[in-house]
Design a protein around this ligand. Structure first.
Ligand SMILES: N[C@@H](CCC(=O)NCCCC(=O)O)C(=O)O
Length: 265
């Protein structure tokens, strides 16, 4: 467990917010499980929720916000990235909610975070955003594509079942997952998504694939730390050691960035 002594400033890790309508008002919010996963057995982490208006802030405010951060987590969300970000239109059956503030905010956040070489972890919707940010495209509804499995959760089941193991992913290449799970070719993961990678963004390397061949994790070899996974490693780290390992790997990359050490493989 990483301890914070009283003289060391904490690791400030930014978590992107969604804009969710509740009644007549909109709220900027991030899920409890993402926030708590960052502090699980990590006593030096101060999670910071980043409102979804980064693109609207003046340059000085954006700079100040990013200056204070040691890493960024792009979370999952039930909303879907608008397909115009990958030069497509909405299709029949695209019935998930949209979050245009999150779309625009994370785009601007990524542009600036990358200039500062901040460690980045993308989860589920965050994984999809990163793929599109680098020029990739998405399947709108995987379960309608020949040869691909249904990657959605069964919403009639209790939440523990929805976020329990759904399938294996085959670990590939010489990336972070190979390093962290080196003794195994595959790990079991949960699956709570209807969209997925159609074409992979430029400069991204595949780190894991599902049994149907769908890309489930990627990273960038030319960047200190950028890893994205289609599953939910923030889910119950105390019960799922592989989830805990993945989040701890990200937090360690943030620590290395803060201490001026390279997280390169
Ligand atoms: N909407 C996208 C992304 C799926 C996703 O991020 N699900 C997360 C659900 C809520 C959560 O656990 O935070 C898709 O369907 O592909």
């Amino acid at each position: 467990m990483s301890q914070l002594n009283h003289t060391t400033p904490p690791l400030m890790i930014g978590i992107c917010a969604d804009v969710i309508q509740q009644g007549v008002h909109a709220y900027h919010q991030a899920g409890d499980k993402y926030i708590r996963a960052l502090t699980y057995q990590q006593q030096d982490v101060a999670p910071v929720i980043l409102p979804a208006l980064f693109h609207e802030l003046p340059a000085a405010a954006r700079n100040k916000l990013l200056e204070g951060l040691d890493g960024i987590m792009l979370t999952g969300s039930y909303s879907n990235l608008h397909p115009s970000y990958y030069q497509e239109s909405e299709q029949e059956g695209d019935d998930a909610s949209r979050d245009p503030h999150r779309d625009a905010s994370n785009w601007a956040l990524l542009e600036q975070a990358m200039l500062k070489q901040l460690p980045i972890l993308g989860i589920c919707r965050g994984f999809q955003e990163l793929n599109v940010y680098f020029g990739g495209t998405l399947h709108h509804r995987i379960h309608t594509v020949d040869g691909l499995m249904d990657h959605r959760e069964d919403k009639s089941q209790p939440v523990d079942v929805q976020y329990g193991y759904a399938h294996e992913v085959q670990i590939a290449g010489q990336g972070w997952l190979t390093r962290w799970f080196s003794a195994r070719d595959s790990i079991r993961v949960n699956s709570i998504h209807m969209q997925g990678v159609k074409t992979l963004g430029q400069g991204l390397q595949v780190e894991a694939t599902a049994p149907d061949g769908l890309i489930e994790a990627f990273s960038r070899a030319d960047y200190p730390f950028l890893l994205a996974v289609q599953w939910h490693p923030e889910w119950q780290p105390a019960s799922y050691p592989d989830n805990a390992r993945l989040i701890q790997g990200f937090v360690q990359a943030c620590r290395d960035h803060k201490n001026g050490r390279s997280a390169n493989l």
